[in-house]
Design a protein. Structure first.
Length: 105
């Protein structure tokens, strides 16, 4: 399985899980995605225990990914951007001394 296929699969599953959360579960986005991910991993475990051999395929796909490199070179920029876009500039200006000291330290 190519890296592009793995990334496309993860993005598609995350988008579907986000839609299910928004449409039916109505939890905050991060909590909903975490719970859906937990439910999906429990389904994989239950399928593996029941005799359907999906666990080896999941291990093979996840084992082929270098998560350190994927996190540092792929996801970190998106995570920082998503965090920065939600910053309230008024609150940041109120804490400018503390932020400046921590940023230069």
């Amino acid at each position: 399985m190519s890296v592009f296929s793995v990334i496309a699969t993860f993005v598609t599953v995350a988008a579907l899980a986000s839609w299910v959360n928004h449409r039916y579960i109505r939890l905050p986005g991060t909590i909903g995605l975490m719970l859906i991910g937990l439910a999906m991993s429990l389904v994989v475990i239950l399928l593996d225990v029941s005799g359907i051999d999906i666990g080896s395929w999941v291990q093979r796909v996840l084992g082929s990914i270098d998560f350190g490199e994927a996190l540092m070179e792929g996801m970190l920029s998106f995570l920082l951007f998503a965090g920065a876009i939600k910053v309230n500039l008024g609150d940041l200006l109120q804490e400018k001394v503390v932020v400046s000291v921590l940023a230069t330290g």
